[in-house]
Design a binder for this molecule. Structure first.
Ligand code: CA
Ligand code: CA
Length: 303
């Protein structure tokens, strides 16, 4: 599809770990394409049947990619350049978690055409497609983090702002960073109330760069268009997720501007916006957003 190295969707993982063997490697600053299966491992059919379910990987992520020069303590900058979808989009009712689980007894499946610029939701409603990346992360410090959960190294954050044109910063915990991604959603609202977005397979083109010498509140994100900046945090308690995201932002502001805790606290109470990324499992993800004009005013230029 282009001249960039593509990591095949034959190489998927169900966890993020420093023990995982890299399936590809690239240089600092390279552009790489990740060919991603959908969250149903490309096995869910419109009639609800699952092809060879015993072979299925839950929420598979393509990778991991070894980025040359990335060392523990660095930050990996991931610029999302493009996302192209393939196949159909699917939604499947959850009966085990999510905001509406008590209302359902059956796991209905609905298939959607996601080949155009809009998705026809039903006879009455259609919406522009805005594809986001549900799972994207580096390796954690140790152990195996399932691709079904988020963590300090990213993972299943389901932040709807991780779209083409955005830039995500992730921690480097192991040599090479070991970046993986998948779980694309052609569309999703904040919270992911039903525990699925418009689940789709596709190709994600990213530029990966190693950032040295910055202490960023990872994971953090420059939104598409560059006007918003978010800190993203997860915790079993939604209040604690929000508190962590807000405090990450405050720590960053006090480290890189002349504001102290008092000034920064007042600022974030006026101009910091908390948003729920997802409420889908035992670790809930929240982001705090600010305008990047606040950073500009202090001459803070993100790497
Ligand atoms: Ca997800
Ligand atoms: Ca998903």
């Amino acid at each position: 599809m282009n001249e960039y190295m593509t990591i095949s969707n034959a190489y998927v993982t169900g966890d993020l770990s420093p023990e995982n063997k890299a399936v590809a490697s690239c240089k600092d600053g390279d552009t790489v394409v990740f060919d991603c299966r959908n969250c149903y491992d490309d096995r869910l059919m419109a009639d609800g049947t699952v092809i060879e379910p015993e072979k299925s990987i839950a929420n598979p992520a393509t990778g991991p990619l070894f980025v040359e020069g990335a060392m523990p303590g660095d930050t990996l900058k991931v610029e999302v350049l493009d996302i192209k979808l393939k196949g159909k989009g699917y939604m499947r009712q959850s009966i085990v978690c999510g905001a509406f689980k008590e209302r359902y007894t059956e796991r209905r499946v609905k298939e959607y055409d996601v080949s155009g610029e809009k998705v026809q939701f039903n006879d009455t409603l259609s919406f522009p497609i805005r594809t986001m990346i549900g799972v994207i992360g580096t390796a954690p410090v140790e152990g195996h983090q399932s691709t079904e959960v988020p963590g300090d190294c990213g993972g299943n954050m389901d932040c709807k702002e991780i779209v083409a044109g955005s830039t995500l910063y992730l921690p480097v915990n192991t040599e090479g960073a070991l970046l993986s991604m998948g779980d694309l959603h052609a569309l999703m609202g904040d919270g992911e109330s039903l525990v699925c977005g418009l689940e789709s397979a596709g190709w994600v083109t990213v530029k990966v760069s190693v950032v040295k010498g910055w202490k960023l509140p990872t994971p953090c994100l420059i939104h598409e268009g560059g006007k918003r900046f978010s800190t993203i945090q997860s915790h079993p308690d939604l209040y604690m997720s929000a508190k962590k995201a807000a405090n990450c932002m405050l720590d960053f502001l006090t480290a890189y501007t002349t504001m102290d805790d008092y000034d920064g606290g007042r600022l974030l109470s006026l101009k910091g916006d908390l948003a729920i990324c997802h409420i889908i499992n035992d670790l809930l993800t929240v982001r705090m957003e600010i305008d990047t004009s606040i950073l500009d005013a202090y001459g803070v230029k993100l790497p």
